[in-house]
Design a protein around this ligand. Structure first.
Ligand code: DC
Length: 344
């Protein structure tokens, strides 16, 4: 006996939507498993369905009965209400008897927004691109979304910061484009994740994650990010990561250049005033003194460079979902993005 897993998200808590989605999921599981013509219904021993708390209009198992699955044991349960979990979702576990197949031959099916639940099993990697200006809250939100969606978060700004840090330590003038571009031959960047899923940036075999968040490095990163050779190296690295893993990636050019085919693109914006306040709050939490005018000036000059450079400036992709986050809580923004993921 082997088991097959699957999940699908449902548009609405109506009998019709729940039955349609359950049927779609069962059909895909049947078609993808078994022999050439798919699974025979008499090979199904039992199916357990679970539904999130927001789905109670009908038992999903009714779809199996309607499809003629009459012999198998069917059972439905309601799931626990885990905060930030994928809403309106039906999960399935089916036990089947296919003597010629092993457990590792089973094809598990995750459809619509549910592919975020098991990106390792999903056929196509999921890419969520979040772009926006400095201080719009991208990294905070991207971390929330990646945790809720169960996929990894890639902070691309940290890579530009690492190039700046390397040059600052080496005493190179950051404004010397040729010197910075030459330094790329001596820079290796690797992204790792610790056991709390936090990104660690490894620069030439050293973990420099904690050294990237200074004002000097921020300023330098915005300058080196305008150099084409720097962008070329880092964009390739980012694209390679998105080929290997399902990702939430944030930056300035993710939806436009790095992952133009991302299934979900978000442009996260906030007013200059709000961004300055958030940055001051962030600095104060770290015990660093923050003066309104100097923070304002630093953000304005980064905006100016990031938005007006020749190569891959910060742009809102045509197909990006726009969120103006002034007055919104972290949860509200994350939920809006999770809803976009659910629509895929
Ligand atoms: O998001 P951040 O503040 O850590 O980014 C640091 C700098 O790197 C920012 O000023 C712009 C640049 N950057 C970029 O040009 N493209 C990206 N994908 C990410 C960051």
């Amino acid at each position: 006996m082997t088991s097959i897993r699957g999940a699908i998200t449902v548009e609405a808590n109506t009998s019709e939507a729940i039955l349609d989605a359950s049927k779609e999921l069962l059909c895909e599981i049947i078609a993808a498993n078994g022999s050439k013509n798919g699974l025979r219904l008499d090979q199904i021993i039992d199916i357990t369905f679970s539904a999130t708390k927001d789905l109670d209009a009908v038992y999903p198992a009714a779809a199996a009965r309607a499809m003629g699955i009459t012999e198998a044991g069917l059972f439905c349960v309601q799931e626990m209400d885990v905060s930030n979990s994928l809403p309106k979702c039906i999960r399935i576990m089916a036990h089947v008897d296919i003597p010629e197949k092993k457990q590792s031959d089973m094809v598990h099916i995750y459809l619509r927004g549910a592919d975020v639940l098991r990106p390792d099993l999903a056929k196509k990697k999921l890419a969520v691109a979040i772009d926006g200006p400095s201080g719009a809250g991208k990294s905070t939100i991207a971390k929330e979304v990646s945790a809720a969606a169960g996929i990894i978060y890639i902070d691309t700004g940290a890579m530009y910061r690492a190039v700046a840090l390397h040059n600052i330590i080496a005493g190179t003038d950051i404004k010397d484009k040729e010197a910075v571009e030459k330094s790329l031959n001596h820079i290796s960047i690797d992204i790792q994740h610790d056991d709390k899923k936090k990104q660690r940036l490894i620069l030439n075999n050293s973990d420099v994650t904690e050294d990237l968040r200074t004002q000097k490095v921020a300023e330098g990163s915005s300058i080196v990010a305008s150099y084409p050779a720097v962008r070329q190296k880092l964009v390739t690295l980012q694209q390679d990561l998105a080929k290997k893993y399902s990702v939430v990636m944030d930056g300035r050019d993710i939806g436009t250049v790095v992952l133009p085919h991302a299934q979900v693109k978000i442009y996260l914006d906030a007013s200059l005033k709000e961004r300055v306040h958030r940055r001051i709050h962030e600095l104060e939490l770290k015990g660093e003194p923050a003066e309104y005018d100097s923070v304002l000036q630093a953000i304005e000059s980064r905006d100016e460079r990031d938005m007006n450079r020749t190569h891959s400036p910060l742009l809102r992709a045509k197909d990006a979902h726009y969120i103006h986050s002034d007055g919104m809580t972290i949860n509200e923004i994350a939920n809006e993005i999770l809803k976009e993921i659910q629509k895929i």
